[in-house]
Write a protein that binds this ligand. Structure first.
Ligand SMILES: NC(=O)c1ccc[n+]([C@@H]2O[C@H](COP(=O)([O-])OP(=O)(O)OC[C@H]3O[C@@H](n4cnc5c(N)ncnc54)[C@H](O)[C@@H]3O)[C@@H](O)[C@H]2O)c1
Length: 438
């Protein structure tokens, strides 16, 4: 086994985990890692910390935890940093986000209050519902240079050997790729011209890629998923991926829909609505920002159910998604799904899902896994879009020649096989012919 591990550089030294956006998700993630380090909590929801993976033939009865199989950064070696237009340190931001209880936060106060956000690259015109004074000034080219300077400075100051960036900032307004997003040359020219179509998240992604730092996008806005930055990531040998952490209702959709389809049950409609009262909900209350989220959420069912292949089952499918900013709920979202399904001889049935979830509690372990797997990808020399991380995203970034894979269980097999492949373990195809033919 060790001979294979040597193909992936070991995770030696400290890893900078850089987070644009230090709000509810980011601070819940940091607090959770600190709590695990201090022996106060278990990393529930994280595959890198908890999952077992089967190796070899079923008859071998061989299993390993993922962290024992592939060389991942140790939680003790993570150093957290980030940027936010709101200058609150991680303790204050976490207290305001109200995801974690004051008792939980009190024990972590010292560790969290020392993490202060660097001034952000922020543009109010793409996130209208936010105000913040902790903002960099300058042209877009200067802002990109300043972020690269921050990355290098943070790594030097904290003696980090590597870094990874996970976008945890607010969802930006909806945007489609324009001419300035089509090539590296066009993008850099637009940066130089301070073009309005270059949004902040794209400047962070550019700075990360230029610095050789893997970039993963947890929000639904266009950030590294356009030709210029895909080309740049390929050229500079940097791993990228996105987008939109798969939590809450979409997680449920990608669990339930593949199961119904696997049994060839039809579907006439899926109606999803929810109430949410955190800052994310407030930002998404602006139609331009909600549109970005809506596109990300809507794509899922169509791709899983493939109505073009199964017109008898899904051609009339109506998929509606709405979200409502409702302050009293804070981060504790309540979602309602009504699924109208169709069975034998066309008889209708209904499934109702009432999910009382906690958005940031579901998202935090995803941030951890993406940071650790992004860093693994870098040490394994993997570049460009990391499709094997689709498991974590609502709207997985994919090669232009293929469609995205949304089925959570296919995504899981893909992720596991990628890990097996990296350490020279046999890929598992579940054929099992060697047992039945014995
Ligand atoms: N929690 C979930 O389940 C979930 C799921 C999928 C996606 N997301 C996305 O993750 C992101 C974070 O969610 P959250 O609940 O932590 O939101 P939040 O509002 O609590 O935190 C976002 C933070 O980003 C900061 N920010 C905005 N623009 C920035 C910029 N240009 N640079 C640096 N910081 C900036 C804001 O000031 C804020 O502190 C959102 O885009 C959300 O849509 C969350």
């Amino acid at each position: 086994m060790d001979q294979f591990k040597s193909k992936v550089a070991l995770a030696e030294g400290k890893l900078a985990v850089l987070l644009p956006g230090m709000g509810a998700v980011a601070t819940t993630f940091i607090a959770g890692v600190e709590a695990v380090r201090a022996g106060l909590a278990k990393p529930i929801g994280s595959l890198t910390q908890m999952a077992q993976i089967r190796l070899g033939k079923r008859s071998e009865k061989r299993w390993s935890t993922i962290k024992d199989l592939v060389p991942l950064a140790n939680l003790d070696d993570l150093v957290f940093g980030g940027w936010d237009p709101i200058p609150d340190d991680a303790y204050t931001a976490a207290a305001k986000a109200k995801v974690l209880s004051p008792e939980h936060l009190a024990v972590l106060k010292d560790r969290l209050s020392s993490i202060k956000p660097m001034p952000a690259v922020f543009d109010k015109s793409v996130v209208k519902r936010l105000e913040g004074a902790n903002v960099k000034k300058g042209s877009k080219r200067e802002l990109a240079n300043a972020l690269m300077h921050d990355i290098r400075g943070f790594m030097d100051k904290n003696k980090c050997t590597r870094a990874v960036m996970v976008w945890c900032a607010s969802t930006e307004a909806y945007q489609e790729a324009g001419p300035e997003h089509q090539s590296i040359a066009a993008f850099e020219k637009a940066l130089d011209q301070d073009h309005a179509n270059i949004f902040p998240s794209q400047i962070y992604a550019y700075a990360a890629i230029m610095s050789g730092v893997p970039y993963l996008n947890g929000a639904p806005n266009m950030s590294c998923d356009f030709p210029a930055l895909i080309e740049l990531a390929e050229k500079r040998g940097v791993a990228i991926g996105g987008k939109d952490f798969k939590t809450g209702q979409t997680l449920m959709k990608t669990i339930i829909a593949p199961g119904l389809k696997a049994r060839m049950l039809g579907m006439e409609g899926w109606f999803s609505t929810n109430i949410l009262g955190n800052r994310d909900g407030e930002v998404l209350d602006d139609p331009a920002n909600f549109k970005t989220k809506e596109v990300s959420k809507l794509s899922v069912l169509e791709q899983i159910l493939e109505p073009e292949k199964y017109p008898d089952l899904y051609k009339d499918l109506q998929h509606k998604v709405s979200i409502h900013y409702y302050k009293p709920r804070g981060d504790n979202k309540e979602g309602w799904d009504n699924i109208d399904i169709v069975g034998w001889m066309g008889y209708p049935m209904q499934i109702k899902v009432n999910f009382l979830c906690r958005d940031s509690i579901l998202a935090a372990p995803i941030v951890l896994d993406l940071a650790l797997f992004g860093d693994l990808a870098a040490r394994a020399g993997m570049k460009g879009i990391q499709e094997w991380l689709s498991f974590y995203f609502k709207s997985p970034q994919h090669a232009a020649s293929v469609y995205p894979e949304h089925d959570l269980f296919v995504q899981k097999v893909r992720l596991e096989n990628n890990l097996r492949y990296l350490v020279g373990e046999e890929l598992i195809n579940y054929l099992g012919s060697d047992y039945t033919n014995e």
